[in-house]
Design a binder for this molecule. Sequence first.
Ligand SMILES: C[S@@+](CC[C@H](N)C(=O)[O-])C[C@H]1O[C@@H](n2cnc3c(N)ncnc32)[C@H](O)[C@@H]1O
Length: 321
Amino acid sequence: MDNKSVILPVWLDRIIFDDFEAIYEPRPMEVVYNPDQPYEFIKLYLGTYFPRSFAEAYGIITSLMTNDKYKQSLYNLQEINVLDFCCGTGGEIIGLLVALSENLPNLKRVNINAYDANPDAIRFLYHLTDSIEKVPEFRLEIHINPQCIYIESEQEIQDIINMSNMQYHYIMSFKAINEFVQRGTFNDGNPYELIVSYFSPLLNTNGVFIISDVTTKVDSGTLFYPQMMNSGINGFLKGSQQYKSIVPNVCYHFENQCSGCYMQDIFHLSHRKINNDRSKIAYRIICYKSFAHEVMAGYTPKTCRAINSLADKNTPYDLWH
Ligand SMILES: C[S@@+](CC[C@H](N)C(=O)[O-])C[C@H]1O[C@@H](n2cnc3c(N)ncnc32)[C@H](O)[C@@H]1O
């Protein structure tokens, strides 16, 4: 298994397809908006989209761990805190846990606060983590607190912040912010900008915020989600001056000149129902500026569309080394 071509661990394949009777059946039109999907659809989500989110998070974290300075900053920790905003069935949480257990031998316990509007997805996630803890190959203690909350306005985000009593090593949002764009939840505001500005202050000094989303078009216009994500995150970074991007690493060097480019990364995933399923996403990882400087010391600026309009859309993700 490398970080762009992932095989679902056998024990996880067994839990989701045998114990939870997950169904593999891509339904791109129906998965567009998810808060009120019924129970039967969650089984389909678990068999089709959960493994993709697993592969994406596993790949992203495994790649991040190839940066020695980043890995060293976590190496002696016995406990790590995670917040997942719009976790659904939590594929990214399990991908993160597997990547952490492979890279951090001293880690014993992971505390997770996970939020989502869909009660069935939340329920699945709770039982899933319970099953995973019983797997002999899985060595981490998981303390998860999945909470059902429908975000209707900034007020509910503020409520989550107020409820939170810890600083996080990982804050994640996978393939969900586009649903706030579709709904117009925050009126004319850019939801990416708004969500990173609310949650970033909850980061630990060496914490990272992974913002990942689909790469399709916003409605039927000309704008794509990655462009909206980039302009929202760059707007936040410019305004705050306290945070910086570390992934894609070109963004660390050029985020001030970027006008919101389109980018995408492709992950391949295999499990008992499919070989080489493809998942396309765009993501940024941000953290406190001082930590970004520490982690990025020694990485030289590479080409990106801010300085070379012909740079390929996949390029930003291939430049970590
Ligand atoms: C496509 S799913 C992604 C789930 C998970 N992060 C993953 O990658 O598998 C999007 C999730 O966002 C949640 N969501 C969308 N709008 C929401 C809202 N207004 N409040 C809370 N959750 C919401 C949905 O319930 C759904 O579980």
